[in-house]
Design a protein around this ligand. Structure first.
Ligand SMILES: [Zn+2]
Length: 495
């Protein structure tokens, strides 16, 4: 959309728009807010729920081999020892010795020296840090140290058991694997999906909804046998094309090109499933209204990905101001997670048996989305502005309000009739009734929150039981009989 590029939609502007329309805003604003925490207002909570509902339906209800889990947020502390989070889930932090400001050390080095040092050893980082002064006051920086990103809590009184708010939803699926496997009648392969909150005490939360301290994840852990790894749905995904950036592209400084996903994923056990999950992820983004012209998949460089991962691909979205940003990761995790839980718990239930009786530890492919990032990307993709109006071109299935019902004027029996129509529609759709102000202003108000259809009750309605239905993007209006209204709209708001 060229109009948007000229306008230069940036994250700040989108954040202001979200505050103004009650989509999302800083928590406890009257107390000055709390960095990294946002609240979702009436429009936003419904939009977010709409996106999660489509995700759950797409990946769980419509796939025979995927089941759900809703795990606890506070979990046994040993889980986070096994997962490596207690020892390794940290970022380097430094403090100005004169003004006391705190910085994430690797990000500061990148900002000041333009050097990407993410993930380097602490000693090395401290050497580089000697060339950096506090950007705010010019003071000297203290030696960087590691800061664990997990929020600690205590379970029970009198100095009870130390535990953590979960920093990811994935571990709950891994640690519960023995139960889940039995609950799923020992079928293999199978996936377990979970949507839920996760918490990370980020040193510098930033970019509106992009880096938060409390956020939601949508994750699937797909378990399979590395010796029996063919995907029966492979033919449905093998020809799917998208902009791809491989490791080789990155090493040679190339921009990447449009290729079949099946051509870029390397050969290892589970390759067909890896292609399947990447393509299904992209189809989901398209379904919920992400601008696919701004999407690419990027293969993580060997130094970026976890040591046990056979391969990891990120789905990235191009923001005009932030550049390419990860909105989902699809990681091939081999048998690492279940092996760790077997080792730390001493339980043999993390191994399963093949039909011939030989035991094995299932391998895992993990597609993992951030809910807030997904919603942010949808908002960014659907924001439109012209001389007359600002509107969100949201897909009808995720829109907070699907149908607005408006009496042409608030008199002569029109409000009563319109309320009657609204009550009928409310049983089927997310409906908002509005009679305040001129009808033109009410249309604009609905456009601004992305309502795809507006039903207007006018004087003709009282004569022939028809209403006008106005479509948001084209602003075209058609006359529909009230008796036909439910089926007319259902056809258009169902995916
Ligand atoms: Zn300072």
């Amino acid at each position: 959309m060229p109009e948007r590029r000229e306008r230069g939609l940036n994250i700040r502007k989108l954040a202001d728009f979200c505050s103004k329309t009650g989509i999302a805003f800083p928590t406890a604003e009257e107390y000055g807010g709390l960095s990294g925490f946002y609240d979702w207002g009436p429009r936003g909570s419904q939009l977010k729920k709409g996106v999660k509902d489509v995700w759950w339906s797409y990946f769980v209800e419509r796939k025979e081999f995927v089941v759900g889990l809703d795990g606890s947020i506070v979990t046994h502390p040993r889980v986070w020892e096994a997962s490596g989070h207690v020892d390794e889930f940290h970022d380097p932090v430094t403090r100005c010795s004169s003004c006391g400001r705190v910085y994430r050390a690797d990000h500061l080095v990148e900002e000041v020296l333009g050097k990407n040092v993410e993930g380097i050893e602490l000693e090395e980082l401290n050497r580089v840090l000697r060339d950096v002064r506090c950007p705010a006051c010019g003071g000297e920086l203290e030696e960087a140290s590691y800061f664990n990103l997990m929020f600690e809590t205590e379970v029970g009184p009198y100095g009870g058991v130390k535990s953590y708010l979960r920093p990811e939803t994935a571990q709950l699926i891994f640690v519960d694997f023995p139960r889940l496997y039995i609950a799923n009648r020992k079928r293999m392969p199978f996936g377990v999906a979970q949507i839920g909150k996760a918490f990370r005490n980020e040193i510098s939360p930033r970019n509106f909804l992009f880096r938060l301290r409390e956020f939601e994840q949508m994750e699937i852990e797909f378990f399979f046998d590395p010796e029996d790894d063919s995907c029966p749905y492979y033919h449905e995904v093998a020809d799917y094309e998208v902009l791809t950036l491989t490791v080789e592209d990155q090493e040679k400084g190339r921009e990447g090109e449009v290729r079949k996903v099946s051509e870029v994923v390397a050969d290892y056990p589970g390759r067909e499933w890896m292609v399947y999950w990447i393509v299904e992820s992209l189809r989901f983004f398209e379904l919920v209204g992400v601008d696919m012209e701004r999407i690419r998949i990027r293969q993580q460089l060997p130094e970026e990905r976890a040591h046990y991962s056979a391969d990891t691909w990120d789905v990235e979205f191009r923001f005009d101001d932030l550049g390419w940003k990860e909105i989902e990761g699809i990681a091939h995790r081999t048998d690492y997670d279940l092996k760790r839980h077997r080792e730390f718990s001493g339980s043999e239930k993390y191994a399963v048996k093949r039909e011939d009786g030989t035991p094995f530890i299932p391998w895992v492919i993990e597609p993992s989305w951030g809910v807030e990032r997904t919603v942010l990307t949808i908002l960014y993709s659907s924001y439109r502005e012209d001389e007359k109006r600002t509107y969100l071109a949201l897909k009808p299935w995720v829109a907070p309000v699907q149908v607005a019902v408006l009496p042409l004027v608030a008199k002569d029996g029109l409000p009563e009739k319109a309320r009657e129509v609204a009550e009928v529609l409310r049983k089927h759709f997310r409906v908002e009734y509005d009679e305040k102000g001129s009808v033109g202003r009410r249309y604009r108000r609905q456009d601004e929150i992305g309502t795809p259809y507006a039903v207007t009750v006018d004087y003709q309605t009282l004569e022939d039981a028809t209403v006008t239905v106005r479509e948001r993007d084209t602003m075209e209006q058609v006359r529909v009989e009230i008796g036909e209204l439910v089926s007319y709209l259902r056809e258009r708001v169902t995916w």
